[in-house]
Design a protein around this ligand. Structure first.
Ligand SMILES: NC(=O)c1ccc[n+]([C@@H]2O[C@H](COP(=O)([O-])OP(=O)(O)OC[C@H]3O[C@@H](n4cnc5c(N)ncnc54)[C@H](O)[C@@H]3O)[C@@H](O)[C@H]2O)c1
Ligand SMILES: [Zn+2]
Ligand SMILES: [Zn+2]
Length: 362
């Protein structure tokens, strides 16, 4: 048995996405069908459309989503029909060498659905990040479903499925920001603002937001930045040092991923401080700096994939903090749109006027 629903598909590199009929098979062993309630529009969806991730067209886009389990295949024990879940792209295997060494955030063999969703002519779709959630119902592996409190707004908690968790985790997990730390975050889009919210949550003493856009800096203040620096006006490294008694910040998070922002992060940290790269660099980017600067400054240079999150550990906690009013997830939702509005949402990403457009279904 199959069912046919509406889904947003990218068929050709760089061409506008299309809302088409998608055939979803009944869930097989370990698989689950989730009725999508909300799905954020992430930059990575646009990168898929433009050929920056792979050439495996057609893609079924969308990957930061929450919804309700509709049906489950044999052997599914993690969830049951009616459960409210946030989808994740880190369903860890428990068997690979990273998992066995107790570092499941680096799992080499994360689970996805075994069966493919297809176009009506049978062409198999490649789901974005193994999810594919700009669709009425999607097919995923049970491990990709994390059960959370159904009292939460699906549009807000959907965002934990990618960018917001990446930012929160860049602070809390990768950067290990702690009470009394000084933190600087370069780039205050959805990811950077989540890093700021994370730093506030764990009690950072000073949180310095850096962006080229004053409106973004105002939003960053709403998320918990105590100081702001406009990178277009003046020297970012000096400004961060001035705000930290001349020392630099304990943790500097680069949520842009350009050579200039990473270099600023490198020099704007205190001796022995930590740099976290969570912005995704393009493959052409190079860094050129004296190796002795790295040696003599000590500390840690880290990157953060998906905020080093473990969905089963982190999603329910973040949802609880949100419901308690301690984590303003709903402030990331700039607009609620339909499945037919994805191209408009891509265009708005570049305008700087939205943190996240979120597709809301039903
Ligand atoms: N590591 C991960 O797992 C992960 C997950 C999701 C997204 N990301 C990446 O995180 C990055 C940020 O994503 P986003 O959704 O917040 O993007 P965004 O475009 O909404 O935000 C980027 C921000 O950086 C600012 N900016 C640009 N150039 C700057 C500069 N030179 N100095 C200071 N600020 C500058 C922009 O004004 C904007 O506010 C992207 O590279 C995205 O691909 C990483
Ligand atoms: Zn593994
Ligand atoms: Zn994403």
């Amino acid at each position: 048995m199959t069912q046919t629903v509406r889904g947003v598909v990218s068929k050709k590199r760089g061409e506008p996405v299309q809302l088409v009929d998608v055939v979803v098979p009944d869930p097989g062993p370990g698989e689950v069908i989730v009725e999508i309630s909300g799905c954020g529009v992430c930059h990575t969806d646009l990168t898929y459309r433009d050929g920056g991730i792979s050439a495996a067209y057609p893609f079924l886009l969308g990957h930061e989503a929450a919804g309700v389990v509709e049906s489950v295949g044999t052997g599914v024990t993690a969830v049951e029909p009616g459960d409210f879940v946030v989808l994740n792209w880190r369903a860890v295997c428990g068997q690979c060498r990273a998992c066995r060494r107790g570092r499941p955030q680096y799992c080499f063999d994360t689970h996805n659905a075994a069966q493919a969703m297809t176009l009506t002519d049978g062409t198999e779709l490649t789901p974005a990040l193994g999810i594919g959630a700009f669709i009425d119902k999607t097919l995923v592996h049970q491990g990709q479903c994390t059960k959370v409190d159904p009292a939460a707004d699906p549009a807000a908690v959907a965002l934990l499925g990618c960018g917001v968790m990446a930012g929160l985790g860049a602070s809390i997990n990768t950067g290990a920001v702690n009470r009394d730390d000084t933190v600087a975050v370069i780039g205050c889009g959805g990811v950077g603002d989540a890093a700021i919210a994370g730093a506030r949550l764990v009690g950072a003493r000073k949180i310095i937001a850096v962006d080229t856009d004053d409106a973004k800096l105002d939003w960053a203040t709403d998320f918990g930045a105590t100081h702001t620096v406009n990178a277009r006006r003046g020297n970012v490294v000096e400004a961060i040092r001035d705000l930290t008694d001349g020392f630099g910040a304990d943790v500097v998070i680069d949520a842009v991923g350009r050579p200039e922002t990473w270099t600023q992060a490198f020099y704007a940290r205190d001796l022995g401080g930590t740099v976290v790269l969570v912005g995704v660099p393009t493959p052409d980017v190079r860094i050129d700096m004296p190796l002795v600067d790295f040696f003599s400054r000590g500390g840690a240079l880290k990157s953060s994939w998906y905020g080093d999150c473990l969905p089963e550990r982190d999603f329910p906690t973040m949802v609880m903090l949100y419901l308690q009013g301690r984590l303003p997830l709903d402030r990331f939702v700039s607009e609620r749109i339909g499945l037919e509005d994805i191209e408009n949402a891509f265009a708005k990403m570049h305008s700087g006027r939205v943190l996240r457009s979120v597709v809301v279904l039903k």
